[in-house]
Design a protein around this ligand. Structure first.
Ligand SMILES: Cc1ncc(COP(=O)(O)O)c(C=O)c1O
Length: 450
């Protein structure tokens, strides 16, 4: 068997080295990073591959420019060609998500969430959101976006087995506590939320309803998770690079304009919270790349989203049939791109995810309900967005499940590493997009210094 272990990082240049050496070193490290991913099985639920065509936008002059404000009303000159790009990207987003309003300027899911909370809430108000232990994002926490806005947070009761909100109890709580904001959405999002029921209760108390689709935007775009805008939420915030396989960026979508309880109009409040509130430059090259990804999604996203969910179910089945404790077994494991596995019998999430990485299986440790330590939690979180993006289907999921089981149990690391490398060598092209001939993990053609 050949030595399949990953090479050690190159030694960093010394502090007094020729600065050009740093450039060569950076090139080498990035190449190693590409090689690592070219030969590993990517299982991080929040990661994906932007299409090669969209990535072409990253290296354009747009990267060098500012466009503060809105098309036609900028604080900088030089945007005559860029302004129609931003307008068109927004119209593509509105078309794909059947959204009356889109703002494509947030530079990440978190900055979209912060902008939204500045638009719809005032310090001292109450926001209800899922519990951290039930998969909520740090945006909902005192030490995240909610705290930054000065909000008091309350959490919906949850159903531990499915990591979801207990809708009946949540509705009682909304009616009793009168929150100002109802936040729906999770980082571990196994099953769709009961959005229309929460919307109905939230409307009774005049709360604004925000849906965080960072993880599931691509499933929503593919029409196979849920339709929060159709179900009546006021606004949707998201990252554009998880199940939606676009550039690392953010987006805010909104329903028809309405006057909020804070007396602001929804659309205008979002516009001014995004800029000048939370952003200055909004990374124009990423907006153009997002345009390519939205156009590709209009063509390919439905097939991709359907296969992503099929793969997650197949991966869960494969692990379960090998005796691993996949959560929500009584509910079909998942209706999304994510599964959760309790790996306490193998030493816990921290041990298993590290061991798996050395075998070429890239995943993250994850807290399960009842856990108190995020450093050494009981579980691992596995996702299928990237494996699906490179063309893997159900039969490969079974093979990957076998490798995960062997890696978790330990003792066969070299064999698993070789299997992972062999399997991955057959899947190195981004699918569900237009082909420009580049491989998924190709290194850019760096200039070599002498
Ligand atoms: C539910 C949720 N919201 C927001 C974010 C933040 O997204 P970003 O990394 O784009 O800031 C995440 C990130 O994983 C997430 O899971």
């Amino acid at each position: 068997m050949e030595d399949n272990s990953f090479p050690e990082p190159f030694a960093s240049p010394s502090n007094d080295a020729d600065p050009a050496e740093s450039v060569n070193w950076l090139h080498s490290q990035v190449k190693r990073h590409h090689q690592r991913f070219a030969s590993s099985i990517p299982l991080i639920a929040s990661e994906n591959l932007v299409s090669p065509l969209a990535a072409e936008m990253f290296a354009t002059d747009l990267h060098n420019r500012y466009a503060e404000g809105l098309p036609g009303a900028r604080y900088y000159e030089g945007n005559a060609d860029y302004d129609p790009i931003e307008e068109h990207v927004e119209s593509l987003a509105k078309r794909l998500f059947s959204a009356p309003f889109a703002d494509v300027r947030p530079i990440s899911g978190t900055s979209a969430n912060i902008s939204a909370l500045f638009a719809i809430a005032q310090p001292g108000e109450v926001m209800m959101a899922p519990e951290l232990a039930a998969g909520a994002h740090i945006s909902t926490q005192r030490f995240g976006a909610a705290g930054l806005r000065g909000l008091n947070t309350m959490t919906y009761p949850s159903i531990p087995e499915t990591m979801s909100v207990d809708t009946e109890l949540a509705i009682e709580m909304i009616r009793r506590e009168n929150p100002d904001v109802c936040y729906i959405g999770q980082s571990v999002y196994l099953f769709p939320s009961n959005v229309s029921e929460i919307v109905e209760a939230a409307r009774e108390v005049d709360a604004t309803i925000m849906y965080d689709a960072a993880h599931v935007l691509g499933l929503i775009a593919g029409g196979c998770f849920q339709d929060p805008l159709g179900d009546g939420v006021d606004l949707v915030c998201a990252s554009t690079h998880k199940t939606f396989p676009g550039p690392q960026h953010g987006i805010i979508l909104a329903n028809e304009d309405r006057r909020l309880a804070n007396d602001k109009m929804l659309h205008r409040a979002i516009r001014s919270a995004v800029f000048p509130g939370v952003h200055s430059n909004h990374h124009l090259h990423k907006v153009a790349a997002l345009g390519v990804s939205l156009a590709e999604a209009l063509e390919f996203q439905q097939d991709y989203a359907v296969q992503t969910i099929k793969n997650a179910k197949a991966l869960a089945e494969g692990l379960w049939s090998r005796g691993m404790q996949v959560m929500a077994s009584g509910h079909g494991f998942t209706e999304s791109h994510t599964i959760l596995v309790d790996v306490r019998e193998f030493g816990g999430g921290a041990d298993v995810s590290l061991r798996a990485e050395s075998c070429g299986l890239v995943m993250n440790k994850n807290m399960l309900p009842g856990d108190t330590s995020a450093i050494n939690p009981s579980g691992i979180r596995l996702g299928t967005p990237e494996m699906t993006r490179i063309g893997m289907k159900e039969s490969q999921m079974d093979e990957v499940a076998e490798m995960i089981h062997l890696a978790a149990a330990g003792g066969m690391d070299a064999e698993v590493r070789e299997r992972a490398r062999n399997l991955k060598s057959e899947f190195n092209k981004v699918q569900y997009c237009w082909d420009n001939g580049r491989g998924a993990y190709d290194t850019p053609p760096f200039t070599q210094f002498t």
